[in-house]
Design a protein around this ligand. Structure first.
Ligand SMILES: [Zn+2]
Length: 229
């Protein structure tokens, strides 16, 4: 096995999800975390939350788009947007998406799942997941503000990441892992139970760069609690 290397991985074949933990010792170590993601989320199997809720402090800022890890990523320049959970600030470091959705809510998979990845000062992650269906009705991305800028030629975007957040704020919270190698944990996951609409045109901008079916299969829940806010 290769040591500590960012080796190529995929969603099928010899380096597909069932082989990720064999590709290098870095991935093997991540896979040892027992509570993996994604999982099936079921309203009837949730518990009352014991923690305080997540608070969003997002603002319009500059992003650049990059292709890696089999999808497109929007990376903020100055990391000005953040969330607060249990008194700790987690700064937004990356926005990317999977097709179809990785989380499945009440047995329903959606066409798209966006991940807003955050990190605190200790390097611990917190990920917010929002599921979308694709529509031809919208001219452009979901709730994009009028002053947002999408300059793919120069790889410059300006937007408020709140545009990805739903109108309804109900969400699941559970402890899991990254869904891409190294699939390390623990990571606090917050997945909204609302399905948004995303313009097909927006997603087609990245057709050549985003691998379709870049969703990790469901992992065993292992009796872990799922909270519903
Ligand atoms: Zn993701």
């Amino acid at each position: 096995m290769k040591r500590n290397m960012d080796v190529p991985w995929s969603y099928s074949g010899d380096n597909g999800p069932e082989h990720w933990h064999t590709l290098c010792d870095w991935y093997a170590e991540g896979a040892q975390f027992p509570l993996q993601s994604p999982i099936a989320l079921v309203h009837d199997e949730t518990e009352e939350p014991i923690d305080q809720d997540l608070a969003f402090h997002y603002r319009r800022e500059q992003f650049t788009e990059k292709e890696f890890k089999n999808t497109i990523h929007f990376v903020p320049f100055d990391k000005e947007s953040y969330v607060t959970f249990q008194g700790v600030d987690y700064h937004l470091t990356d926005i990317h998406f999977h097709m179809p959705s990785e989380h499945i809510i009440d047995d329903e998979q959606q066409e798209l799942e966006f991940h807003l990845v955050h990190m605190n000062e200790e390097g611990q992650n917190l990920v917010v997941g929002i599921l979308f269906r694709l529509t031809d009705k919208l001219n452009w991305i979901c709730n994009a503000q009028d002053d947002s800028i999408w300059d793919f030629e120069n790889h410059v975007q300006w937007f408020d990441p709140s545009m990805f957040l739903p109108e309804r704020t109900h969400h699941f919270h559970y402890v899991g892992s990254l869904t891409t190698p190294p699939t390390k944990g623990p990571i606090n996951w917050f997945v909204f139970d609302w399905v948004g609409e995303m313009s097909r045109k927006f997603i087609q901008e990245f057709r050549e760069e985003v691998l379709e079916n870049n969703n990790r299969p469901l992992q065993d829940r292992k009796e872990r609690p799922i909270y519903f806010y």
